[in-house]
Design a protein around this ligand. Sequence first.
Ligand SMILES: *[C@@H]1O[C@H](CO)[C@@H](O)[C@H](O)[C@H]1NC(C)=O
Ligand SMILES: *[C@@H]1O[C@H](CO)[C@@H](O)[C@H](O)[C@H]1NC(C)=O
Length: 329
Amino acid sequence: MKLVVLLASIALCAGSALPVIPGDNSHYVEGVSRYIWMDNGQGTPQLVDLEKPVDELALAEAGDGAINQYWLFTRRNRVSPQIIVNGNVTSVHSSMYNGARVLNVIVHGWKNNGSSPVNTMIRDAFLTHGDHNVIVVDWSALADQSYNTAVRGVVDVGRHVGNFVQWLINTGGGNWNRVHLVGHGLGAHIIGNAGRLALGHPVRVTGLNPAGPLWGNNNDALNQNSGTYVEAIHTDRVTGIMDPIAHADFYPNRGMDQPGCEMSNSCGHDRAFELFALSVTRNNFIGRQCINLDEAEGVTCTELPMGNADLDKRGNGVFYLTTRNAWPF
Ligand SMILES: *[C@@H]1O[C@H](CO)[C@@H](O)[C@H](O)[C@H]1NC(C)=O
Ligand SMILES: *[C@@H]1O[C@H](CO)[C@@H](O)[C@H](O)[C@H]1NC(C)=O
């Protein structure tokens, strides 16, 4: 009885109290808490009220996936993007796009844009790995709105990304069997929708710390139907979803308190794309799946590399690994 009262009062505190120390999410319980500190995109914690009403006007203007921008990078233009416009055939034919190459699509998260480090790091990694077409999706008009408003637009932005990839393949050549979608935070759920709603099915989908707040038990979240092989890398239990949602779910350092991050959720959130970018060029992180955690040192473990660029990669289940506190981790 006492325990019930205690748990109820903890839930109440976790639920509605206004947290006062910027960046301190020690109160946070997924699916229960009303407030959460998240990175505002400039490295400063911003308090998000998960019950704040969606800004319908902003959603109508900024949430239309038709205004997504698509920036093409190849080995011939590693730094300066060529803008591909859905429906403009010339923008494809006059670009460096080559349908014989692998197509990587990168989608950023909340408060980020096409120039954010998640894009530049992963773009550079893919172009180092091989002569790929890399498309960076800029959906910053919506990503810049309140968190709740941005969440509401994820499905439409994702649908447009899926349609765009189909149109690009029809127009410039290519094949869904050589398409790898990568998304960070809310971007992970965007590519989840892109993969599910497009005519074709991407062979690989990678969610980097898929966003957690408002995504638990949400049918629009990234899931196994989003691609032939779907992988999620969980690095922060507050900003990210903790449940396994993919074919293979990786939990570096048990998906929390990343070494060198000093409990910063935004550092932990960004660690997901830093680890992934490294895995593309080095393929250096090996996840282990064991009968249970206590047997992590035992012999009954299956190994699967985390991340990388291998389009033939397949795997199932939950994998753990430890990483170090500084680059190259
Ligand atoms: C189509 O794309 C080409 C090349 O990027 C550009 O020059 C042209 O103005 C675009 N056409 C339209 C109608 O936007
Ligand atoms: C893009 O995002 C980065 C942070 O990720 C920020 O520093 C930069 O100012 C943003 N650029 C624009 C045009 O909003």
